[in-house]
Design a binder for this molecule. Structure first.
Ligand code: PLP
Length: 378
């Protein structure tokens, strides 16, 4: 993907906001509990290496990523903190993980059996550090029965030159909801597994952002802190109260590329789903659904000069049109997410209009949009 550095559409990332969110989260932890910064999917669209650097400066104890490539990218950029991949990696790639001291989750004996010969093929490899994944109700990855977990532990003990147990974890399906019934069932199951372990591993962890914010008593000795680091409330609107303020880090800005006046009946964009009611000033913004500014955002608005301007006509792949309150010069700033005058548009607003969650809006922003740091940390 070619990044549009010569185009004025940009994602602005406020490093100080991320630093503050991390410092607040770390300040709430019990002594000895580590925060692993979840920076999967290009740090939820905020930029992998940039956020990795801010997290290290804030005192994070490690990183979580989704896929092995993201972990390798961190090692290639000389990040030395512990890294945990959250998804199951291909057993054929286990040697890449071991060679780069990258920990991976294990949820079946079959995976260990498949990875074993790959690791045995190179006797110089360090041991592969694994976190036992427990499926206590998320239904995604992990052991679903105690006997399966115990069989995996026995297998690892029998192949202690290749594998080392570094952690035990689970993931909650409803930590961001007001009703805690299902959450409590998952906690109870996790404690059953934990009680059955002969030795507690180095890391015992269950908390995503929502759990760390609203169920901190469960934390264990590590949290996997993601969306709240970027200043977003994991629950959306469900639980507005947070123990510390969350500062949103991401803004999305562009500039008017073209401005014209149209007249009653004149059509705008594919399918002519919009016609001017009278004399109207129309601005064209150089961003579209190829940038992650979704086609279904027709009818939503952006900010120009502190005023909301409706998106009129269909959003195209690379451009969309807005109705301006008066003539503005090409080059005038357009705020798609962020503050303009005393008006604000949040990722949550965009998510609400497009019937999704802010996580999806943030990580749909394409690589074509350059990421630019603002308020950089020292
Ligand atoms: C993505 C992810 C997290 C982080 O979740 P947030 O809601 O962004 O804090 C934590 N744990 C696992 C297993 C994940 O996949």
């Amino acid at each position: 993907m070619i990044t549009g550095n010569l185009r004025p559409s940009r994602v602005l990332v406020d490093e100080t906001a991320i630093l503050h969110n991390l410092q607040h989260a770390i300040g709430q932890l019990d002594a000895g509990t580590k925060l692993f910064a979840v920076i999967k999917a290009d740090a939820y669209g905020h930029g992998l290496l940039r956020v990795a650097r801010v997290a290290a400066a804030a005192g994070a104890g490690g990183y979580c990523v989704a896929i092995l490539d993201e972990a390798v990218a961190l090692r290639q950029a000389d990040f030395t903190l512990p890294i945990l991949v959250l998804g199951i990696i291909e057993p054929e790639t286990a040697a890449v993980a071991a060679a780069n001291t990258i920990a991976v989750p294990v949820g079946s004996v079959a995976w260990l059996e498949a990875a074993l010969p790959v690791l045995q093929a190179d006797p110089d490899l360090p041991k592969l550090r694994v976190h036992l994944a427990l499926d206590t109700g998320m239904g995604r990855i992990g052991f679903r029965r105690l006997e399966e977990m115990n069989a995996a532990i026995a297998f690892i003990q029998a192949h202690a030159d290749q594998f080392e147990i570094a952690g035990l974890f689970t993931h909650f399906a409803t930590a961001d909801e007001k009703d805690t019934t299902y959450f409590n069932e998952q906690v109870a199951k996790f404690h059953q597994y934990l009680a059955a372990l002969p030795n507690k591993p180095e890391y015992v962890h269950v908390s995503n952002s929502a759990t760390s914010l609203w169920h901190a008593a469960c934390n264990g000795n590590m949290i996997r802190y993601g969306v709240a680091m970027y200043g977003l409330n994991p629950s959306g609107h469900a639980i507005p109260e947070t123990p510390y303020p969350l500062e949103p880090a991401l803004s999305l800005v562009s500039k008017l590329a073209f401005v014209k006046q149209i007249h009653a009946g004149d059509g705008v964009s594919y399918g002519v789903t919009y016609r001017a009611a009278g004399d109207e000033w129309i601005g064209t913004v150089p961003m579209g659904y190829a940038d992650g500014w979704l086609r279904r955002l027709q009818g939503f608005h952006v900010l120009v000069d502190g005023q909301a301007c409706e998106i009129v006509g269909r959003v195209c792949m690379d451009q969309f049109m807005i109705r301006l309150p008066k003539e503005y010069a090409p080059g005038t700033e357009v705020v798609l997410v962020g503050q303009s005058g005393n008006q604000k548009i949040t990722l949550q607003d965009v998510a609400d209009f497009s019937d999704t969650i802010h996580y999806e809006v943030a990580c749909s922003l394409a690589e074509r949009l350059p990421r630019v740091s603002v308020n950089p940390i020292k």
